[in-house]
Design a protein around this ligand. Structure first.
Ligand code: KIV
Ligand code: ZN
Length: 506
């Protein structure tokens, strides 16, 4: 399968639509990002439009990496073509991009010219560009764009005849822009297919789709599968009005559909952030792939699926593994009143605190109730509930103190039902000794599980560095999990026993 050829237009179509077009240093920064992405061609600007753009095109042509096509835009007038050649003619592979409309509507109402006049003007301009640049650089190429090609359904035979002459005049790439997106993708692509079928096979067909109806990416991706090779895209979908085809969306959509995409996809996310900052065009929250919310899950069902498949390349409820585009693989799990136990479990675990799914089930209605009032909860708000309801369970038992009075004499002081009790026991370490002391006070409980975890950090200023987890058998033979944290590991163990006791003796 032929490889897609990514022709980036951020520095020209994207730039011309900015409220404050970029200066040279900004263009250089974007150019570096395009190098990191490994695009195959960059349209660096429209040299005849201003002195600043001319200088920028000249500098970027000097910065081109090996085999990169450096393109500059020109109307079908000699001064534009001369200016483009002066600006980029010295690049390793320069391309002059000449454009003119052949749309009946545009020729009549905007240019006020006859079709034959426009056809001849286009052919002559391409010929002039070809002859002039070949004198300067043998590697040079010519691209011709039929501006408003999407509006050429009624004169497509005339357009095709003109394009055949344009190819003879030296153009090797024919770009077919959907300058204003008016129809559905299939209708536009059928028009493109007519051109593909009519022109010689070695002519490279290109697409340049604006996003007026929000289908530019779909049209470009389907265009590729219909025989278009050059895909004109803009970073962050910048461009006139609703923008151009979004670069990242096309690259990832092709990748997801089995195409060998010659782009460093893992640079997409950081590039999107840089372009947004530099263009002052914020990334919409729900923007596909790069939006802050693009990989967030809030509904309980979605969270459950996403969590269960998070280590897989093909995940439930997500189009890509986030690291494919250089995003953090931890998809955002936001807790709202629509969320469920899997989210509670995941958020607490991710914060470094052990929890079982049963405990998450217990906490979920409590967290949901808070969220009904507040909306989305952050991890700390959920941890507060965990601390309150899982670690700090109030009940009939209250630990006062404990200590080993001698190697095998352990003294435990506590209150049960507000009544002071003092008891002694012995055993291997405070855990055994404490259970023995409780047995001697009439509260015998069987221990079935014990584990102590080191806590990374003290999130709540309690100074805790260890969490003890113990299981005691409850009155009906069920296992009751007791948890406690403390900076003193022995104290964490004894507190965990009291935590479990308070669940048994409610
Ligand atoms: O949208 C368009 O038609 C253009 C051309 C200059 C290629 O940007
Ligand atoms: Zn355009």
């Amino acid at each position: 399968m032929r490889k897609p050829f990514f022709y980036d237009i951020t520095l020209r179509d994207g730039n011309q639509s900015l409220k404050k077009p970029w200066q040279l240093t900004e263009k250089c920064l974007i150019f570096d990002k395009l190098r990191e992405l490994n695009v195959q061609a960059v349209e660096v600007g429209f040299p005849a439009s201003s002195h600043m753009d001319f200088e920028a095109c000249k500098t970027l042509a000097d910065m081109a990496w090996d085999n990169l096509v450096i393109s500059a835009l020109a109307r079908t007038v000699q001064k534009d073509i001369d200016s483009a050649i002066m600006a980029i003619g010295h690049a390793q592979v320069p391309r002059v991009h000449v454009f003119l409309t052949l749309s009946p509507f545009h020729m009549k109402y905007v240019l006020n010219k006859e079709p034959n006049y426009c056809a001849n003007k286009a052919i002559e301009a391409v010929k002039y560009a070809f002859d002039s640049i070949k004198k300067v650089n043998k590697n040079a190429q010519i691209q011709f764009s039929v501006e408003h090609f999407g509006d050429c359904a009624h004169n497509i035979d005339f357009v095709i005849d003109t394009l055949k002459e344009i190819v003879k005049a030296g153009a090797t790439t024919i770009n077919l822009p959907n300058t204003v997106e008016r129809t559905r993708p299939r209708v536009f692509i059928e028009l493109v297919e007519k051109v593909i079928n009519a022109l010689p096979d070695d002519v490279i067909i290109s697409m340049h789709n604006h996003n007026d109806l929000g289908m530019a990416c779909a049209t470009t991706v389907e265009g590729y599968f219909s025989g278009v090779t050059q895909l004109e895209c803009c970073l962050n979908g910048l461009g006139e009005r609703a923008g151009n085809t979004d670069f990242a969306q096309v690259a990832v959509a092709l990748h997801n559909n089995g195409v060998d995409v010659p782009i460093n996809l893992d640079k997409i996310y950081e590039t999107a952030i840089t372009v947004s900052q530099m263009s002052r065009v914020p990334i919409y929250e729900k923007a596909p792939l790069v939006g802050p919310e693009a990989l967030a899950h809030r509904s309980g069902i979605h969270q459950d699926g996403a969590i269960k498949t998070k280590d897989m390349d093909f995940g439930a409820y997500r189009p890509i593994r986030p690291s494919l585009i250089g995003r953090d693989d931890d998809e955002k799990i936001g807790f709202t009143s629509q969320s469920g136990k899997s989210a509670v479990y995941e958020i607490i675990n991710n914060a470094g605190y052990p929890i079982t799914l049963d405990e998450a089930v217990r906490l979920t209605p409590l967290v949901k109730e808070i969220s009904e009032q507040k909306g989305e909860l952050c991890a700390d708000e959920i941890l507060n509930v965990y601390f309150d309801k899982i670690l700090d369970i109030k009940g009939q038992f209250e630990l006062i103190s404990f200590r080993h009075e001698s190697a095998d004499k352990f003294k435990l002081e506590f209150k049960f039902n507000n009544e002071y009790t003092e008891s002694f026991g012995h055993g291997n370490g405070p855990l055994d000794a404490c259970l023995d002391a409780l047995k001697n006070a009439g509260f015998e409980r069987k221990l079935t599980f014990y584990k102590q975890y080191a806590l990374d950090e003290d999130k709540f200023g309690s100074g805790a560095s260890a969490m003890s987890v113990i299981n005691l058998i409850g009155d009906s033979g069920e296992e009751i999990i007791g948890r406690a944290i403390d900076k003193n590991t022995a104290k964490a163990n004894v507190k965990a026993i009291f935590n479990a006791l308070n669940q048994i003796y409610k």
